[in-house]
Design a protein around this ligand. Structure first.
Ligand code: DX5
Ligand code: ZN
Length: 217
């Protein structure tokens, strides 16, 4: 299984976003956390900043929408240049239609699950998606402690992906660091978001490669 490391720009210096994006150009994707202060109790960035970031880096953008009404907004993030758009299962009114629209516009479609949302009820939707994101913290903030209790859900999601013979990716986000990434990989994750573990390091590019090495073992 190919391993991908996606640094989260949420932990970067927002006054120097272009430089911070360039600092991790060996990464597979740049993870962009979009929050609306309704779906989660925090407010970050929106479409214009995503558009500017896309011009500032060659790394493709992985936009994680922690917003209400993604049915309305997600397509705009594809138009702004995102290569992958993740909406939350709890927020989407019509996830199948939304995933199809994201794909039709040319991006990868992905669905995220908060810690209390089980994967099983979404089994039938998996073929409509390019990735599932299992949150390993409650969404809203960087720097939170990894929730070990999510490991069974990662395992279960991998089981369902295999059962249906799908090529889709399984992403984990929240508290992913050198101390937790091996457990995530062992449970079946192949795409790893890391915010504080990358941007909190002296050398962010080196931190990406260290995480990659640990996830591969
Ligand atoms: C949390 C965000 C994460 C966050 C991860 O709601 O979705 O992407 O940036 O940060 P760390 O890796 O510090 O937990
Ligand atoms: Zn995220």
């Amino acid at each position: 299984m190919a391993v991908q490391i996606n640094p989260s720009i949420l932990s970067a210096d927002f006054s120097r976003l272009a430089e911070e994006a360039k600092a991790v150009e060996g990464a597979d994707w740049l993870h962009v956390d979009v929050m609306d202060n309704h779906f989660v109790p925090n407010l970050t960035i929106g479409v214009p900043v995503v558009e500017a970031l896309g011009k500032a880096t060659d790394t493709p953008l992985d936009c994680h929408l922690m917003i209400e009404d993604p049915d309305r907004w997600a397509p705009q993030y594809v138009e702004a240049g995102a290569g992958s758009v993740t909406f939350h299962a709890e927020a989407a009114a019509a996830p199948v239609r939304l995933a199809r629209e994201i794909r039709a516009k040319g991006a990868r479609a992905s669905m995220a699950l908060k810690p209390a949302t089980p994967i099983d009820q979404y089994e039938d939707l998996l073929p409509e998606l390019d990735m599932v994101l299992v949150m390993t913290v409650e969404p809203g903030f960087g720097g939170q402690a990894f929730l070990d209790i999510m490991l069974p859900k990662i395992r279960r999601t991998r089981e369902l992906i295999s059962k249906h013979g799908l090529e889709m990716w399984l992403q984990v986000d929240g508290g992913v660091a050198a101390s937790t990434i091996e457990r995530c990989a062992e449970a079946g994750a192949d795409v790893f978001v890391a915010g504080s573990a990358v941007y909190g390091a002296q050398d962010p590019a080196k931190a990406v490669e260290e995480l990659r090495g640990l996830a591969r073992q």
